[in-house]
Ligand binder design. Structure first.
Ligand code: ATP
Length: 336
């Protein structure tokens, strides 16, 4: 239960084609994250799966059944949005039970399901509270509860954490991942946050201007990005790109090297540089270094490094972690 197949789907708003023909297979139980810059079509694609947006052409299948012309409510999917959209005058209990009441489910059955969902989401103590009495994270849990209670074939999340503060985001990220592990329900999740994509997904779909740039597990995309766009999007801090003569030494138009794959030394190394801004994160230090040969580079070093602004340092890239790209930005493979 819960496989989703998009075949040659397209979307036009007026004359603007936002999604050119696109194919995607989402298997049962997967946690698929759509990631990409603002305006790349993530939400549109999710809404096309949900049935909230008509397709200009192509088809959507759920569990191998064509649902392209089936109404959203009949697709058996549950959507959780960025805004919680809870009913303020109803208790948590009534909010969670709402979809079941609408579906005409018997009261004792509704009560039983609400109790189970509240238990899963740690909301039992709040069942009689109103949304206004809850924190942002608790409200988002109620919204998720309202989605779970319907026992959908798949969950569709549209940037559900973007209204929460940083600490709460991390908590909710864990909770949603744990929920997926426990329930095993197919999940499609939209975010522009590559950390959310990396930490939650079993499969990431990287989109640019409505086109799938690459699909793969987080670690596949990190290890073997297909082009400079994916290489620059996955990983934090971002991969460094170097053009010109340095790249030519590796028979490439551009080479890419991640901040964590550059060794910093005060004595000797491949590229000499001057330290600019130093960002101490506690666990790590990010150094922004200007080199004559390779331009500006970001380097990740130990948290307790004592290098400061203006120091002269030497940088050595790990030889087998240098990514090579052609003039169009397509991967040529790694240096070996
Ligand atoms: P964000 O991360 O900013 O939410 P997104 O990747 O989810 O962006 P979409 O909201 O799917 O992007 O929008 C994709 C493109 O389609 C954008 O260029 C947007 O302006 C356009 N678009 C979306 N909805 C409509 C609409 N109803 N009418 C016209 N254009 C639209």
């Amino acid at each position: 239960m819960g496989s989703i197949t998009l075949s040659r789907v397209t979307k036009r708003f007026g004359t603007v084609e936002v999604i050119p023909p696109l194919d995607l297979q989402i298997d049962e139980g997967e946690f698929v994250v759509f990631v990409g810059p603002s305006g790349c079509g993530k939400t549109t694609l999710l809404r096309m799966i949900a049935g909230l947006e008509d397709l200009s052409s192509g088809s959507v299948e759920i569990d191998r059944k064509d649902v392209t012309r089936v109404a959203p409510a009949k697709r058996g999917l549950a959507m959780v949005f960025q805004s919680y959209a809870l009913y303020p005058h109803m208790s948590v209990r009534a909010n969670i039970g709402f979809p079941l009441r609408m579906a005409g489910v018997e009261k004792s059955e509704i009560d039983r399901k609400i109790e189970t969902v509240a238990d899963v989401l740690n909301l039992t103590a709040y069942l009689d509270a109103r949304p206004g009495q809850l924190s942002g994270g608790q409200r988002q849990r109620v919204a998720i509860g309202r989605a779970i209670v319907r026992e959908p074939k798949a969950f569709l999340f549209d940037e559900p954490l973007s209204n929460l503060d940083a600490a709460l985001r991390v908590n909710m990220r864990l909770e949603i991942s744990e929920l997926h592990q426990r329930l095993g329900v197919t999940t499609v999740y939209v975010t522009h946050d590559q950390v959310e994509a990396m930490t939650m997904a079993t499969k990431i779909v990287v989109l640019r201007a409505g086109v799938i740039e690459q699909v793969g597990s987080p670690i596949e995309l990190y290890r073997d990005p297909r082009n400079t766009f994916v290489a620059g999007f996955i990983g934090s801090p971002k991969m460094n790109f170097i053009n010109g003569t340095v790249a030519a030494e590796y028979s490439a138009a551009t080479i890419g090297i991640r901040p964590e794959h550059i060794t910093l030394s005060k004595g000797a190394g491949t590229w000499q540089g001057t330290v600019g801004v130093v960002e101490h994160l506690g666990s790590d230090t990010f150094l922004h270094i200007s080199t004559e040969k390779a331009g500006r580079l970001t380097v990740r070093a130990d948290g307790d490094i004592d290098t400061t602004y203006g120091d002269t340092v030497f940088l050595t890239p790990q030889a087998n972690r240098i990514y090579r790209f052609d003039a169009d930005g397509n991967a040529l493979g790694r240096n070996s």
